[in-house]
Ligand binder design. Structure first.
Ligand SMILES: Nc1ncnc2c1ncn2[C@@H]1O[C@H](COP(=O)(O)OP(=O)(O)OP(=O)(O)O)[C@@H](O)[C@H]1O
Ligand SMILES: [Mg+2]
Length: 376
């Protein structure tokens, strides 16, 4: 775990990092994002002691890094930067192996590992004898990533590693990083300017402005509840719609739908609909389990309205799970003429109801650009 405790950095009295507290868990991929000059690179370089804080403490696994030898410290911290930092007069192999060789790792181990690393980052082994400037930008960046992993460090720092690449290559490398991370579970601190990139790869995103942390949370929570006007502006009010898989049923359902019990006489059910101004009720049992739906139309069509509502109750054609995302939901109702979707938890207990209007209202709010949650 990496901990920043009341850390500040000043250059000539001018604070560029203002008393930040930040915890990055082991195995977590945290993205630092914010406008140019907000202090992202400074924070990153304080972790491997390329920059020393003016105040406060940084701990890795509980140990203050100030007490550690910087060279030793950096052996356990891979570092990837935008301009790759590859040595152009060295081959790909020499670039990847330089630190393990300096660290006097057994040569046979190094050689085996290099071959594996090339495979991991998706480069053919023949490239090992090439020089970096005979590779494309994306390929060079892959070598940069391989080199960062060469010492099998627990921590990897990445400073805008993909920002010089074309969008397609960039997107590919993002996917590969996510897949690599799901296997290796490194602790990764990744700097970017690009919110789409952050949302795609991060476990948590730390939004910075002027050397301060504005919000530190999961991509989902940041998109849904931006903690600050600046964050919501930075994130963009329509941003969530580029990640609709993050919106789920529980976000758009009404939480107190009108319900009735199966044994209630129809005429009472009808009365309830009139009072509540709805044309159907959800039928539940005493434990709130979903049983079905009863419609005003069915009651009006039945001769004996003293019979219980369960006589005319129909099962819900479509139901949603509370965590089900909006994309899957829209696919389910696509083509069906459905106005109400009961939302249930894992035990089939009624959690809420999605109505046509709650769906439409949520979507139009987003598309028309009503600023949501821009408090503080
Ligand atoms: N050696 C230095 N002396 C004085 N000021 C510095 C020094 N290094 C960085 N700064 C200032 O510290 C602030 C933070 O710099 P930093 O490089 O961390 O920003 P950043 O968020 O990484 O920006 P970018 O997105 O442009 O890379 C900037 O205002 C910068 O001008
Ligand atoms: Mg920077």
């Amino acid at each position: 775990m990496i901990q920043f405790i009341n850390v500040s950095k000043a250059y000539k009295e001018h604070n560029v990092i203002e008393n930040i507290n930040l915890e990055i868990n082991k195995g977590e991929l945290v993205v630092l994002i914010g406008p140019s000059g907000c202090g992202k690179t400074t924070i990153l370089k304080m972790i491997n002691r390329l920059i020393e804080p003016s105040d406060g403490q940084i701990k890795i696994n509980g140990t203050d890094i100030e007490a550690q030898d910087p060279i030793e410290l950096r052996r356990n911290i891979g570092y990837v930067i935008q301009q790759t930092g590859l040595f152009i007069h060295m081959t790909v192999r020499e670039n990847i192996e330089i630190i393990p060789r300096l660290a006097k790792m057994p040569v046979s181990e190094i050689v085996d590992r290099t071959v594996k690393l090339m495979e991991t980052v998706g480069l053919p082994e023949e490239f090992l004898d090439r020089y970096p400037n005979h590779l494309s930008g994306g390929q060079q960046q892959r070598v940069g990533v391989a080199r960062a992993f060469a010492m099998n460090p627990d921590i990897i720092l990445m400073d805008e590693p993909f920002s010089a690449l074309d969008p397609l290559t960039r997107s590919q490398l993002q996917d590969e990083l996510v897949s690599l991370q799901s296997k290796l579970h490194k602790t990764i601190v990744f700097v970017t300017h690009d919110m789409d990139e952050a949302v795609k790869i991060a476990d948590r995103i730390c939004i910075l402005q002027g050397g301060r942390i504005l919000q530190y949370d999961t991509p989902e929570n940041i998109l849904k509840n931006p903690a600050h006007g600046f964050v919501s502006e930075f994130v963009g009010s329509k941003r969530i719609w580029s990640s609709p898989q993050l919106i789920c049923a529980k976000d758009i359902m009404i939480t107190s739908p009108k319900t009735t019990y199966p044994y209630v006489p129809m005429f009472k059910g009808l009365e309830k609909m009139r009072i509540d101004k709805v044309d159907s009720l959800i039928v539940i049992d005493e434990d709130n389990h979903l049983l079905g739906i009863v419609r005003a139309r069915s009651i009006l069509n039945s001769a004996d309205k003293s019979l219980p509502v369960e006589t005319v109750m129909t099962p819900a054609r479509v139901t949603a799970d509370t965590e089900e995302n909006i994309v899957s939901l829209l696919e389910k109702i696509n083509g069906l003429n459905i106005s109400n979707i009961p939302v249930t938890d894992r035990d089939n207990r009624l959690a809420g109801l999605i109505t046509n209007s709650s769906l439409v209202t949520t979507m139009s709010h987003q598309f028309i650009g009503v600023k949501g949650g821009a408090g503080a």
